[in-house]
Design a protein around this ligand. Sequence first.
Ligand SMILES: [Zn+2]
Length: 213
Amino acid sequence: MNELALRAEIIATAVRMNERRINSGRSGNVSARTETGFLITPTGLPYESMQPEDIVAVTFAGAATGPRAPSSEWRFHRDIYVDRPDAGAIVHAHSSFATTLACLGRGIPAFHYMIAIAGGKDIRCAPYATFGTQELSDGALVALSGRRACLLANHGMIAVSVSLDAALALAIEVEALAEQYWRSLQIGEPNLLSDAEMDVVLEKFRSYGQRER
Ligand SMILES: [Zn+2]
């Protein structure tokens, strides 16, 4: 995909993120890897009025070029691309149910086998740190270790995948799981799947051939 098409796809993904109600307003952000760094939504512009030239190119060293400033959250996008060769695109959203759990400092345990879609036996919640800081980024990387998604305490969620479509689909799935877990907690304590069962599920997900791709 050429860079202009990728810029347009980032905008389309950001618009769809709000249409699918996993984000509202301008609080989330979307990025995709390039050869020299990544492209990311700018700070402060409504997604609907963004033009391809508004998308900001940032190098792996963190240098931004273009007329707009990158999202204030560019740092964790950069650190994820540097740390994770498997990361092709990142969706960050303040989705309601994932954020609700994150405000309690709660991740999502193996209450449903689909938790494996995020790559492991749970979805962790990174500790709170001020948005845009290195501390937030460092915590997110730890929470994402061996995973494709995490929650951010008192903030939101991150979904990492090979493509923009896959990252958005994962973010939607994580939000659905967060809602189901939240609803389960309203009427009791959900039965959690065992480690052994989650090993079976994770192996099945692997052998189905990277269903996200
Ligand atoms: Zn945020």
